[in-house]
Ligand binder design. Structure first.
Ligand code: NAP
Length: 246
């Protein structure tokens, strides 16, 4: 029996029977994602390895966030968690440089477990958060993390080759500040050097991940995203309509 499947389908829903699985819902990006989904009255399921820890981390308001416990490294559990899901937003990420929960096992093999479960469930669209620079092993973050970006890229490739409808979102360095304070810029091609010192609001990012669930321009596309502190807030959703598919 899965707990936390409840939720009504709000006005912005991508389909009538919409149920969005947010993998990594307890993280610093995930909490913005589920906060917006709840505000918008969307139906969602929040994945964490430890519900009590997640609620302790973000406060009592997060107790009613339709939690379901599971570890992305457990393929069978991901099939259970995926039951009746129509859309996925995956914002899981390893913080460990080595060991059993390092990038290979979370950002690649764990993401692959989620993707494979989504294929079996005939999920309508899968949105994956990765990072700017995944395509270049010489990126300084890849060196600093002993290859985490390369594992991220393998996760991306697994999704691209799955046959699922997808969007891959690669953010600049993440910061906690409210959405809508600065312009959002969108790029493609993973030309990472101009973005080396760029940042992005986790709140802006969460809105872009949610928008990617249903913006036709984001279908089967990969894009980089950052804030431009020199420009005021803009209509960045319109930029997604001009993306080139992979
Ligand atoms: N920080 C940056 O500047 C930056 C820049 C670009 C991209 N990114 C990417 O964005 C990702 C998300 O960022 P964040 O700040 O939200 O990270 P975070 O706060 O560390 O959240 C990571 C999430 O991953 C989940 N997780 C880790 N291992 C798991 C496992 N084995 N099974 C299930 N869930 C697991 C955690 O859930 P539980 O512990 O509750 O299970 C948590 O919800 C990062 O991992 C990174 O790849 C970050």
């Amino acid at each position: 029996m899965l707990s936390g499947c409840a939720g009504t389908t709000g006005a912005g829903a991508a389909s009538d029977r919409e149920l969005i699985l947010v993998a990594g819902a307890s993280g610093r990006v995930g909490r913005y994602v589920i906060g917006h989904l709840q505000q918008d009255d969307r139906a969602f399921r929040s994945l964490t390895r430890d519900e009590a820890r997640a609620v302790e981390r973000w406060g009592a308001d997060f107790a009613g966030m339709n939690w379901v416990e599971g570890d992305v490294r457990d393929a069978q559990r991901m099939r259970e968690v995926m039951r009746d899901v129509t859309h996925v937003i995956c914002v899981v990420g390893s913080r460990d440089i080595k060991g059993p929960n390092s990038a290979e096992f979370v950002d690649y093999r764990g993401v692959a477990n989620l993707v494979d479960a989504a294929v079996d469930e005939r999920v309508e669209h899968f949105v994956l958060l990765t990072a700017i620079g995944t395509t270049d092993p010489k990126h300084p973050f890849n060196k600093a993390t002993k290859g985490a970006l390369e594992w991220r890229f393998k996760g991306e490739e697994h999704l691209r080759q799955s046959g699922l409808s997808y969007t891959i979102v690669r953010p600049a360095g993440l910061q906690d500040r409210p959405a809508g304070e600065q312009a959002v810029i969108i790029a493609q091609g993973d030309n990472w050097k101009p973005f080396l010192r760029s940042t992005l609001s986790r709140d802006d990012l969460s809105l872009a991940l949610i928008e990617s669930l249903q913006n036709p321009g984001a279908r089967n596309a990969t894009f980089e995203i950052a804030n431009d502190p020199k420009q005021p807030a803009n209509n960045w959703r319109a930029l997604l309509t001009n993306l080139s598919p992979d």
